[in-house]
Design a protein around this ligand. Structure first.
Ligand code: NAD
Ligand code: UFG
Length: 363
């Protein structure tokens, strides 16, 4: 199949692009590179032996989205493109609603006019209302507690309405729990800008000496060791879930929701322990107050994905830490910091294909 991957240069998108190419699919990527690097796609090419084609563009540029859909005429779209920082979404809610909700509306509109009606969407466990009933099942009550989460909730509702209005659509809403880890080669991984908000990337930066110590936010939660508990999922398992969802959509129209998680939770202290084993030294940490807005514990029930997709998370917290460490230790500062200003798309594609050796790096 030919798959258009929005946000395909990003963390999860690059891993999914790799698996798609390795499975023999053709991949086009639509990305504005606002939170990603063409280097990730170059490495995806080196690893898979097939180059994804990059279309540089913004989901907010409706004409460009339409143009790329018309040029590529894909069999399906996987839609990762979006902004994802919870704290930033509180400061800039309209930016988040624009980028995520309007961006998705532009995408769907362009897909309709190109008669492409197969879509996999990156949703999040953040759409679940806080609940004591764990694990979370797909029909649990929804309610988001911040603008980022509300963009995901609104998009889910838009997609539901769309599927009801036109039965030709095939739509998968994938609710990710906490994606971590990297490709086991350590060639591609998560490269957060600035100080990481999320636990695992922060720990990884402590492990390579970029930060002094991990802060453990809260030790008085009603959890097995008092620290927050989450359902961490290896990005390779998560990426595989997208291929399985695509396979399902090839056979079925309608709209489907699947949790992608492991089904069990791990505490902050246990994540630090796993990473310490992976990097071979006890990582320093400090116990501090709770982070406002955090909840004690949640993890998802992945049974529906297992029964309907045949998908199951295969990797545990030790492999997540091992692969994240491999990525971070091979790339202590993440991807090179390229100055992409003014570089045309065809030059970026030459770089991805290896026909152009380098891009200018910022000092
Ligand atoms: P990421 O930031 O690494 O990837 C997102 C990509 O989208 C980036 O390459 C970015 O440049 C691109 N992008 C953003 N806005 C765009 C726009 N307007 N036009 C074109 N491209 C745009 O993030 P990720 O962790 O790979 O997340 C992928 C998706 O999964 C996002 O939708 C995110 O909300 C969702 N998600 C992520 C997590 C997580 O913890 N990483 C959890 C649940 C859901
Ligand atoms: N934590 C720390 N120290 C840190 C960072 C986090 O102790 O420096 C703790 C948090 O309190 C929480 C756990 O580690 O208990 C995980 O926190 P993350 O920030 O890594 O992840 P969250 O579960 O808070 O949120 C993430 C994404 C959201 C997404 C959600 C569900 O940031 O966007 O997972 O998918 F919605």
């Amino acid at each position: 199949m030919h798959v258009l991957v929005t946000g395909g240069a990003g963390y999860i998108g690059s891993h999914a692009a790799l698996l798609l190419l390795e499975a023999g699919h053709r991949v086009s990527v639509f990305d504005n590179l606002s939170n990603s690097s063409p280097e990730a796609l170059k490495r995806v090419h080196q690893m898979s032996g097939s180059a994804p084609e990059l279309f540089v563009g913004d989901l907010l540029d409706a004409d460009r989205v339409t143009e790329v859909l018309e040029i590529t005429k894909p069999d399906a779209v996987i839609h990762f493109g979006g902004l994802k920082a919870v704290g930033e979404s509180v400061e800039k809610p309209i930016t988040y609603y624009q980028n995520n909700v309007v961006g998705t509306l532009n995408l769907i509109t362009a897909m309709e006019s190109a008669q492409v009606k197969r879509l996999v969407f990156s949703s999040s466990a953040t759409v679940y209302a806080e609940s004591k009933e764990l694990p979370l099942v797909e029909n649990a009550q929804r309610d988001a507690s911040n603008p980022y989460g509300r963009t995901k909730l609104h998009i889910e509702q838009i997609l539901e309405d769309l599927a009801v209005s036109d039965p030709q659509w095939s739509i998968a809403i994938l609710r990710y729990f906490n994606p971590v880890g990297a490709h086991p080669s350590g060639n591609i991984g998560e490269d957060p800008q600035g100080i990481p908000n999320n636990l695992m990337p922060f720990i990884a930066q402590v492990a390579v000496g970029r930060r002094n110590e991990v802060r453990v936010f809260g030790t008085d939660y009603p959890t097995y060791d008092g620290t927050g508990v989450r359902d961490y999922i290896h990005v390779m398992d998560l990426a595989q879930g997208h291929l399985d969802a695509l396979g399902y959509l090839n056979q079925n129209t309608g709209q489907y929701v699947w949790n992608l998680g492991t089904g069990s939770g791990t505490s902050v202290l246990d994540v630090i322990g796993a990473f310490s084993r992976a990097c071979g030294r006890q990582l320093p940490y400090e116990l501090v107050d709770r982070r406002p807005g955090d909840i004690a514990e949640y993890y998802g029930d992945p049974t529906t994905a297992r029964l309907e997709l045949g998908w199951k998370a295969e990797r545990g917290i030790e492999e997540m830490a091992r692969d994240m460490w491999k990525w971070q230790s091979n790339n202590p500062s993440g991807y090179p910091d390229y100055d992409l200003e003014g570089i045309p798309e065809d030059e970026l594609n030459k770089f991805i294909r290896g026909a152009r050796e380098s891009l200018p790096e910022t000092k």
